[in-house]
Design a protein around this ligand. Structure first.
Ligand code: SF4
Length: 363
């Protein structure tokens, strides 16, 4: 058995699940902060096996889902410009914007939009389109920001004058602070993201336990990782001893990845940012520093974040805050399906609504 299989071992999973069922006698609600955890919890079958005392909430951990409607409108506006080629990861192509527009329909209408698999690929697009400005859509959390920062530095080294990034990157710890300071949000514990934590480490979450007394565990994506984290949380809740634990030490060091953090810090600086459903969160985004202003698409003439109404009928904002389960949205599975998504939570493979639909969860 290789190490990947070992973290899925059915016998061990059954044993941990039995322990969890025996020990989780007091009800609690946990939220996973990462879209990959959302999918892992559903895909592994854990979602339906958890003891009834444990309520699972999906959270704001899908990068596409938390991209604010004003940000979607801004990149759709850019797509409409004749002097621009947009480059993007594929999961943004179908995210709905105002009047039902998305990048796919914009492309069908003649916009130059190219799907890339890495931000570095966008540099080749820039080199091939010297007469146009090539803009890479930078969405995502601390996980993706270092690679985008490295790409900007590479563009400078290559003396590419027609490459820019629209930086809508978001930072996870300020979002947790925003959730925890909202009195309407009822979360007893967090499963903290493995990928983001590989970059920033476990230390930046200390406030979650110290200030808000909410136990949380950084963990991986295999069933044993998740079950161990839930057992750990159960113990901390029982003993009234909230802490931040790092259960993913095979990937995450408490201090994070200093090389990735240094490059992110060299190119970006924190700034207030808009999140879908959560609104404006102080110091929760990354903007391009003055030193790299020539690579900042927000500084192109005519690019701005305009007030944009939320998508009619879509309850993604409440889903992202754990206030509503996806299948409680009146549009779920009716007007809104993966083939006809009304909101981003049904578009993205990491979205809670898409996961509920895919795994047919009517729980
Ligand atoms: S089911 Fe569709 S409309 Fe409802 S919250 Fe999810 S994405 Fe939005």
């Amino acid at each position: 058995m290789n190490s990947f299989e070992a973290f899925k071992d059915p016998q061990l999973c059954r044993a941990l699940l039995a322990r969890l069922t025996a020990e989780a006698t007091t009800p609690f609600r946990f939220m996973e902060v990462c879209g990959t955890h959302t999918v892992a919890i559903f895909q592994s079958g854990l979602r339906s096996l958890l003891p009834p005392t444990i309520t699972h909430l999906t959270g704001p951990g899908c990068p596409v889902c938390v991209t604010h409607e004003s940000e979607v409108a801004a990149f759709l506006d850019l797509a409409g410009r004749d002097d621009v080629v947009l480059t993007t990861f594929g999961d943004l192509m179908r995210v709905p914007g105002p009047k039902g527009r998305n990048l796919k329909t914009a492309k069908a209408d003649g916009a130059r939009v190219e799907v890339v698999y890495s931000p570095v690929d966008a540099l080749a697009v820039a080199a091939a389109n010297p007469g146009r400005t090539v803009v890479f859509l930078g969405v995502g959390f601390e996980t993706t920001a270092p690679a985008v920062a490295a790409t900007i530095k590479l563009a400078r080294e290559q003396n590419l004058k027609n490459f820019r990034v629209l930086s809508f990157h978001k930072l996870v710890p300020p979002a947790l602070e925003a959730l925890l300071s909202d009195p309407d949000i009822n979360v007893d514990a967090f499963i903290l993201p493995g990928h983001v934590s590989a970059i920033i480490g476990a230390t930046p979450y200390a406030f979650v336990a110290e200030k808000y007394h909410v136990p949380s565990v950084v963990t991986g994506f295999e069933p044993l990782d998740i079950l161990t984290a839930l057992l750990d949380i159960t113990g901390m809740l029982k003993n009234n001893a909230p802490a931040i634990r790092n259960g993913y030490t095979r990937v995450v060091s408490d201090a994070g990845n200093p090389v990735a953090m240094a490059i992110m810090d060299e190119v970006f600086s924190p700034a207030d940012a808009l999140w879908r459903g959560l609104g404006l969160i102080p110091q929760s985004g990354l903007v391009i520093r003055e030193e790299f202003a020539d690579f900042d698409a927000m500084r192109l003439p005519g690019v701005e974040l305009k007030e944009t109404p939320p998508l009619p009928g879509c309850r993604c904002g409440e889903v992202l805050k754990g206030k509503m389960a996806p299948n409680e949205c009146p549009l779920f599975g009716k007007a809104c399906t993966p083939a006809t998504p009304v909101g981003p939570c049904m578009v993205s493979t990491e979205g809670g609504c898409a996961a509920y639909f895919k795994y047919r969860l009517d729980l």
